[in-house]
Design a protein around this ligand. Structure first.
Ligand SMILES: Nc1ncnc2c1ncn2[C@@H]1O[C@H](COP(=O)(O)OP(=O)(O)O)[C@@H](O)[C@H]1O
Ligand SMILES: [Mg+2]
Length: 257
């Protein structure tokens, strides 16, 4: 089964950075082919991966809505959508990217959304690993369009707001009874040990800290130069932390297959 990792957290907490660095480590660990899913409408995962995008799922959904009957003769609607979806995957060496784009629309989109979800799930199975960069509001998680998630990483900055958001995300996960193998906390831009009050605030989420990613000047430099994070040198402290985090995820997987 492909290793499916979803990333959630407040806007600006570092989800996309963690997603891109995780892709970097997965590729280095020969998890190929790898699929990255940008499920944040304010998407910038493509940039951080250095992949160009021609069509988002939102564009495809709109096209299907405007031309419900448009499909070549001789194939089913399912097959056609699958083909179109396959073609909306942007490719790079060992790494493919799907961008969800605009949010799902009103009820009239229901049928199309259902089809898209089904096909995306199917496509995901063809990969060694799938990394999903979700938006803050967890729309896709709550609509279950992430599919069956093996690991949910809740990314938070070491602040009271970060801790509260992490707790809220976990409330949602529990109330929706989402099928997630393992949930863990990733503290980003976190160089120092948390003080006691912050520690107890984070305890409320019930999450264990899987990784602490230091604040890293190299990441800011990449951003300034508009360079993809996939090329981050091994010396980067943040990249090292994410590589170590992936090792833990792989070990966790071995223990609980
Ligand atoms: N560990 C880090 N060190 C330095 N800068 C970081 C780190 N993590 C994130 N950033 C920066 O913080 C900003 C927000 O990160 P981003 O990953 O886009 O957050 P999100 O996807 O959660 O909105 C970006 O400018 C990013 O470069
Ligand atoms: Mg983001």
């Amino acid at each position: 089964m492909s290793l499916r990792i979803a990333i959630a957290g407040k806007g600006g907490s570092g989800k996309t950075t963690v997603a891109a660095l995780l892709c970097r480590s997965l590729l280095a660990g020969q998890f190929k082919p790898l699929l990255a899913v940008d499920a944040d409408p304010n998407s910038n995962l493509a940039e951080k991966l250095g992949i160009g995008v021609e069509q988002t799922i939102g564009d495809l959904r709109e096209e299907l809505r405007q031309n419900p009957d448009k499909k070549p003769a001789g194939i089913s609607k399912n097959e056609w959508i699958e083909d179109r979806l396959n073609r909306s995957v942007s490719e790079s060496a060992g790494l493919d990217l799907v961008v969800m784009g605009r949010q799902e629309g009103p009820d009239c989109y229901c049928f199309i959304n259902h089809l898209l979800r089904h096909c995306l799930d199917k496509i995901g199975r063809q990969y060694a690993a799938v990394v999903i960069d979700n938006e803050a509001g967890l729309e896709h998680l709550s609509r279950r369009s992430n599919g069956q998630v093996e690991v949910l990483l809740v990314v938070a900055n070491p602040t009271i707001t970060g801790a509260r958001t992490a707790a809220r995300i976990m409330e949602l996960v529990h109330s929706l009874k989402l099928d997630i193998g393992h949930c863990a906390l990733v503290l980003n831009q976190s160089d120092r040990k948390l003080d006691e009050s912050l520690q107890s605030e984070f305890k409320r989420s019930g999450l264990e800290t899987l990784s602490r990613i230091p604040d890293d000047e190299v990441i800011r430099e990449c951003e300034r130069k508009n360079q993809p994070l996939l090329k981050l040198p091994d010396e980067s402290k943040a990249a090292q932390a994410v590589a170590a985090m992936l090792e833990k995820i792989i070990a966790m997987r071995r223990e609980n297959p």
